[in-house]
Design a protein around this ligand. Structure first.
Ligand code: AMP
Length: 939
């Protein structure tokens, strides 16, 4: 077998992962006795290259050099084996290696993880000596240790067995053998085995751990006494989270991290806000007493609040941000990761080293919520990777009232989902803060070294019910009997340190009383807290404007032509697919004035203008490079070598960044990510495009909980743009409607803009407006499908150069206004159906007005156009959607207020329907004809 073939086989082999040690053993066995392995394996091993014609065995070390994986597998070389193993015990030697392997794989199943001691852990036979034909009689025999990284080549079995139990079955249960990359596994083994998972802990660290526990416990006790019965979603039972987070942030700072963004649900959040982020306790107490900050509009409950501060670390100050969070569990995590990506982009850091995401999960939620899988799936992709996330599970073993295993999940651990990306998982008993500290630093080092996600499962308990008013005994009686008598983590650790002579009892008492006094005093209790100076973006230019704020977006015909020329330039040796080549040829004709501009060209020109002005664009969606409907082609694919080229990223040297990614096939996590990105970066036009508009349903939680209401609840601006293909073209119930009515129903307080542009010039200026204005509001666009190629939906360069988005478009045909008897108002594609039919009918008594921005309703512009038709009493709203959908119910109050006093407003459209559209094309066509006729027929 050729080396390359062997390596390729090895890289892709299932044997390369968790079963690697098995091969190590087999290879060693083969070297001893080639007949001791199966024919198939003998065949493989014999085909290992015989360098310079020398026999395999004598060239073992060379072979290892050639095949790093095998090299990593086989430190138990024949030489050391001959020197140090007991004579005649080769078979036992193999068994000892298997025993080591068993502990690496399954030691976590015997680990002491549950602080309450309630877990019923079945005995794992692989961890018993007898399973490997070994016994205590072999304890004094010295065996080679293979790759066991304790810093020795050999050890008596008795010592080894102790060491394995200490390393893999103590307060830490490590799962990493599912990782296929040998370097990662060896790295982890070295870090864990070399200190037997229990390194020396410096006195300073011990004191800091204790202080963290004192603070965590003190905070909850204080709130419990001062505000009895108030909901605070106490951390009690998971107290280690506080010293853990502080150690994690501090370690990150020491390693050069400049920003940390944290996402967490309600459990322990108040404690984290005060004891980690340094929120002023007096502000918190005011909130408990019912006082609030009026600047945040509608506001939110205190256990959803975000916070920003700086934090001093040995590596300098870093910026800390806790993301605002709704009650929907887990959805904040992609938001946090999107925010981190924006910060990394701003800092020009592509490897994740400068900004760290920390996501904190609940045990029931991480196993139960699908967005967790979506987020893991994104973690290594081009458009969404951030160099790994440290994920912490506050595993209190119960989800509200649902017990751990039998009802909450179908896997042994709540963290099993993380194995899909081969993340290492450290289960740790939260009553052992030193073990928590060890895995915390290890996890961060792993993330920084390998740029991948890592999970810490902080196994703890919940001292009270889901909230403080709950009665947990009702549903978990045995657990809560145990909790009642279980000492708090602070006491357990303080007793340990007193016993070790690290601290004296009176000093512990003083720590507790000092903390309580600090709370009484009401000032910040986090020594490392620093006022905010380290965050790198200024939102003030975007504050305090309404949607109709003035902005300069003027552009000349020549400028558009120049942009168009650059847009159509790509490397000379690029071979485009024939349809794409034709499309680009057409684009050149459009710029030369030989053809009218279509939608795809106008949209690309908008992006070209935006990046040329120095703003950035980030666009994602399942097919955003090409466009679902083959209209965008912002990413070119060379037919000869498959390479990509993005003209928009090559406009000029000092342009803004143009990033466009086809996304993972998810809506919830991707839209949440983009929301996070847009709320952290006002300088980037952030766009998510749905493959079909109705797929936005998959992101409904993000749309409801963040996009529509984030500014009202939390004062967080967001300029995210959603492009949602929408239009009734007979494609059936699934691909007709982007559910416009849902977006309109959520409109209030000018929370976002809902637009239905109907021409290329309109999309050009709508997108430019979104980027140019000193305003960051979400933009919901009903974007077209058939209009992309509709012969009437074209614009001239001059129309683009008008530079403004028209919120309402007046009648365009030669209709004399005082002859008009009916005005039809509409939005979107139906306009062209109405126009064509009216032209066919040669009607002059009906005017058609397009409302291009449904919300905020453009009263002033509408009023101007309406003034020409003041005499008209018959006004009609025409829509393609069924009556209970579209704009009719949600926008008619705006239309009515804007109409002449004596006017009547009637409806022309489909009848109300449970389904968005019919499935039969003939029925669709008839309905479409009827609604157009209905709109144009004056009774
Ligand atoms: P952060 O970097 O997220 O901690 O934000 C730092 C500060 O910037 C916050 O305290 C806010 O004052 C401001 N800020 C951050 N994001 C936004 C936003 N989306 N809208 C308005 N202000 C923001």
């Amino acid at each position: 077998m050729q080396q390359s073939v062997m390596k390729a086989w090895w890289d892709s082999s299932h044997m390369a992962g968790g079963n690697a040690t098995y091969i190590e053993e087999m290879y060693e066995a083969f070297l001893d006795d080639s007949q001791s392995v199966s024919d198939e394996w003998r065949d493989i091993f014999e085909k290992l290259p015989k360098l310079d014609g020398v026999e395999v065995e004598t060239k073992h070390s060379l072979v290892r050099d050639q095949f790093r994986h095998l090299a990593a597998l086989g430190p138990a070389s024949r030489v050391s084996s001959a020197q140090s193993t007991a004579s005649g015990s080769d078979e036992k030697q193999v068994k000892v290696l298997q025993l080591i392997n068993a502990f690496r794989f399954r030691g976590h199943q015997h680990a002491n993880l549950d602080p309450l001691g309630l877990w019923k852990q079945p005995r794992v036979r692989d961890l018993e000596l007898s399973h490997h034909n070994l016994s205590e009689k072999d304890f004094d025999t010295t065996f080679n240790l293979g790759s066991y990284a304790i810093g020795k080549e050999s050890m008596p079995l008795g010592e080894l067995f102790d060491s394995l139990n200490r390393t893999y079955c103590g307060s830490i249960g490590t799962e990493y053998m599912h990782i296929t990359d040998t370097d990662q596994k060896r790295w982890l083994q070295h870090r864990i085995e070399s200190v037997q998972a229990k390194p020396e802990v410096a006195r300073e660290d011990k004191i800091n751990l204790l202080k963290g526990l004192v603070a965590a416990d003190g905070m909850e006790k204080y709130l419990g006494a001062k505000f009895p019965g108030a909901k605070r979603f106490s951390l009690e039972g998971g107290d280690s989270l506080v010293p853990m987070l502080k150690a994690l942030i501090s370690h990150a700072g020491s390693n050069g991290t400049k920003e940390v963004v944290v996402g967490m649900a309600h459990r322990g959040r108040i404690n984290t806000l005060v004891n980690v982020l340094g929120k002023n306790p007096s502000v918190l107490f005011d909130e408990f007493s019912g006082k609030h900050d009026d600047s945040l509009g509608a506001g939110d409950v205190k256990y959803h609040a975000g916070y920003s501060s700086d934090f001093a670390t040995p590596g300098g100050n870093l910026h800390l941000a806790l993301a605002f969070n709704p009650s929907h569990l887990e959805i904040v995590n992609p938001v946090v990761i999107g925010s981190v990506r924006a910060r990394l982009d701003r800092r020009g850091c592509s490897d994740g080293s400068l900004v760290l995401p920390i996501t904190i999960h609940g045990d029931a939620a991480i196993a139960g919520q699908g967005v967790v899988q979506e987020t893991f799936n994104m973690s290594q992709t081009r458009g969404f990777q951030v160099g790994g996330t440290v994920r912490i599970v506050i595993n209190n073993q119960v989800g509200f009232t649902t017990s751990k295993t039998e009802d909450a999940r179908s896997t042994q651990y709540c963290t099993d989902i993380a194995k899909m990306v081969q993340a290492p998982i450290f289960h740790v008993n939260s009553d052992d803060p030193e073990a928590v500290l060890f895995v915390t630093r290890l996890a961060l080092d792993y993330r920084n070294q390998f740029k991948r996600d890592v999970v810490i499962d902080l196994v703890c308990y919940r001292r009270h019910g889901h909230n403080e008013a709950d009665e947990p005994n009702a549903t978990q009686p045995i657990m809560y009997q145990k909790i009642k008598i279980h000492p708090v983590p602070r006491k357990i650790y303080a007793d340990q340190l007193i016993a070790e002579g690290v601290i004296e009892a009176h000093e512990v008492k003083k720590l507790v009383s000092d903390y309580r006094a600090a709370l009484d005093h009401g000032a910040c209790v986090v020594e490392e807290w620093r006022p905010m100076t380290e965050h790198s973006v200024d939102w003030s230019p975007f504050l305090g404007h309404d949607w109709d704020v003035n902005y300069d977006s003027s552009i000349s015909v020549d400028q558009i032509k120049e942009l168009g020329e650059k847009l159509c330039t790509f490397p000379a040796d690029y071979t485009l697919q024939s349809r794409v080549a034709k499309l680009y040829k057409d684009r050149v004709s459009m710029i030369n004035g030989e053809k009218a501009l279509d939608w795809g060209m106008a949209e690309n020109l908008a992006y070209a203008d935006i990046v040329t002005r120095g703003s950035n664009i980030r666009m994602t969606g399942q097919d955003s490079g090409r466009g679902t409907f083959f209209h965008r082609h912002a990413v070119l694919h060379n037919q000869t070598d498959g390479s990509d080229y993005i003209p928009l990223a090559n406009m000029n040297d000092d342009q803004g960044k143009m990033e466009i990614y086809d996304s993972v096939l998810s809506e919830a996590a991707v839209v949440a990510f983009e929301y996070g990105y847009a709320t952290a970066e006002p300088g980037t036009l952030t766009i998510w495009e749905a493959q079909f508009g109705d797929f936005a349903n998959g992101a409904q939680v993000v749309i409801d909980q963040f996009l529509s209401s984030g500014e009202a609840k939390w004062g967080r601006l967001c300029g995210l743009t959603l492009l949602l293909p929408h239009g009734y073209e007979g494609q059936g119930p699934e691909h007709s409607s982007a559910r416009l009515e849902r977006f309109l129903q959520m409109c209030a307080d000018h929370n976002w803009q809902v637009c239905v542009p109907s021409t290329p010039a309109q999309v050009f200026n709508m997108l430019r407006r979104q980027a140019c204005r000193p305003l960051r509001k979400p933009l919901i666009v009903m974007s077209p499908k058939s209009l992309l190629r509709h012969p009437l939906a074209v614009s001239s360069i001059e129309e683009l150069a008008e530079g403004v988005f028209h919120n309402v478009i007046d009648e365009i045909d030669d209709i004399v206004s005082n002859k008009v008897k009916r005005v039809v108002m509409c939005s979107g594609k139906v306009y062209y159906d109405l126009l064509e039919q009216r032209r066919k009918n040669e009607q002059t008594d009906v005017a058609i007005i397009r409302v291009e921005q449904l919300y905020p309703f453009p009263q002033a512009e509408f009023g101007q156009i309406m003034s020409k038709f003041k005499h008209v009493k018959d006004w009609v709203w025409c829509q393609e959607e069924p009556q209970n959908q579209g704009a009719w119910y949600c926008s008619q109050h705006h239309f009515r207020t804007a109409l002449p006093r004596a006017a009547t407003l009637t409806y022309a459209g489909r009848n109300a329907s449970a389904s968005p559209a019919v499935g039969y094309i003939s029925v669709h066509n008839q309905q479409q004809k009827d609604l157009v006729d209905d709109a144009l027929t004056i009774k």
